[in-house]
Design a protein around this ligand. Structure first.
Ligand SMILES: Nc1nc2c(ncn2[C@@H]2O[C@H](COP(=O)(O)OP(=O)(O)OP(=O)(O)O)[C@@H](O)[C@H]2O)c(=O)[nH]1
Ligand SMILES: [Mg+2]
Length: 329
């Protein structure tokens, strides 16, 4: 089989007919090997009112996703109230792929009498990570691999009131939707009936649309048909109705994560009981790379541009090239 190779040179286009195998299809394998060697980093942040189940969800995510065998029962019993922004990292290895998964838990958001600026520490935390990344990037002796501590997704917990979003929820999401990928979720969804869940989801979506709040996955122009269909289906299911638990129960001889109620067991990972599995699959199995790409190409890029513009304004205009002294060249 012959292949055609086109090369653009200063004298024009050269077309060479190649006989035999070129081998560019091995690029994929080369890239895969490099990526595997480097490993992956992913950072999830959880934000929401006090007692909405943020810490429980973090434990659920780790227990459901990360080898259950390696989990001890240390988290059984009541989970203490979180008092500071705290990050936990786990390195997971599966079939030669290494993932450093970091989850940042935030203290009871909106606990104060005056909650006017309670989104500010969270915004600062996210920007601090961008700042760290930027200072590594512009460093003269840049590292081969910059540690990526940027927040790739923020799970925002909405209280299962059954009414609509609180002004505080809207304020937070309005302030942060241009800075980080926000995935809104309905916390403690087991406290709502199925009809209430459905109606509440619809109302939250209407609220977000009315206030022009963007949530992940955003509509994007460079999606192909398949991605559009998948993302549209996800958007229609949002906010995911979540139930969290780090307790395990035996069901038909199998150990499952669940919440035992007077009326039966709610299985956290059962798609008929709640949408935890949908959330987990989106975060880990289907959209992790996209969340990282959107963080890098949109949110971090906005931060970087603003930061560098601010610097250049501060330093004054750069003189034209021919006016620069020898020492500047
Ligand atoms: N019914 C129900 N209860 C839950 C769920 N998730 C957590 N809880 C319970 O709610 C209580 C508070 O959970 P936490 O995970 O500590 O809540 P938090 O959001 O981390 O709270 P702070 O750290 O104080 O902000 C605990 O008793 C949990 O067992 C859920 O999905 N449904
Ligand atoms: Mg907590």
């Amino acid at each position: 089989m012959s292949e055609t190779l086109q090369t653009t040179t200063q004298w024009g286009k050269l077309t060479t007919t190649l006989s035999g195998y070129v081998g560019i299809d091995t690029l994929q394998e080369q890239m895969r090997k490099k990526a595997l060697k480097r490993g992956f980093e992913f950072h999830i942040m959880v934000v929401g009112g006090s007692g909405l189940g943020k810490s429980t969800l973090v434990n659920t995510l780790f227990k459901a996703q990360i080898s259950r065998r390696s989990c001890t029962n240390e988290s059984e019993g009541t989970i203490p109230k979180t008092v500071q922004i705290k990050s936990v990292s786990h390195v997971i290895e599966e079939k030669g792929v290494r993932l450093k998964l970091t989850v940042t838990d935030t203290p009871g958001f909106g606990d104060q009498i005056n909650n006017e600026n309670c989104w500010l520490p969270i915004l600062e935390f996210i920007n601090d990570q961008y700042e760290k990344y930027l200072s590594e990037e512009v460093n003269v002796s840049r590292k081969k691999h910059i540690p990526d501590t940027r927040v790739h997704v923020c799970l925002y917990f909405i209280s299962p009131t059954g009414h609509s979003c609180r002004p505080l929820d809207l304020e937070f999401m309005k302030r942060l939707d241009k800075v980080v990928n926000i995935v809104p979720i309905i916390a403690k969804a087991d406290t709502l009936t199925l009809e209430e869940r459905y109606a509440f989801k619809k109302r939250v979506r209407e609220d977000l649309e009315f206030h022009g709040i963007q949530f992940y996955p955003m509509k994007s122009l460079d999606e192909d048909e398949e991605e559009t269909a998948i993302n549209q289906a996800l958007r229609e299911k949002m906010p995911f109705a979540i139930v969290g638990s780090d307790r395990e129960y035996q069901v038909n001889g199998k150990s499952v994560l669940g919440r035992k109620t007077k009326w039966g067991l709610i299985e956290v990972e059962n798609k008929n009981h709640c949408e935890f599995a949908l959330l987990r699959d989106m975060l880990i199995r289907t959209h992790m790379q996209d969340l990282k790409d959107v963080t890098d190409s949109i949110h971090y890029e906005n931060f970087r541009r603003e930061r560098l513009e601010m610097h250049s304004e501060f330093a004054g205009p750069t003189p034209p090239y021919h006016e620069m002294g020898e020492s500047n060249l």
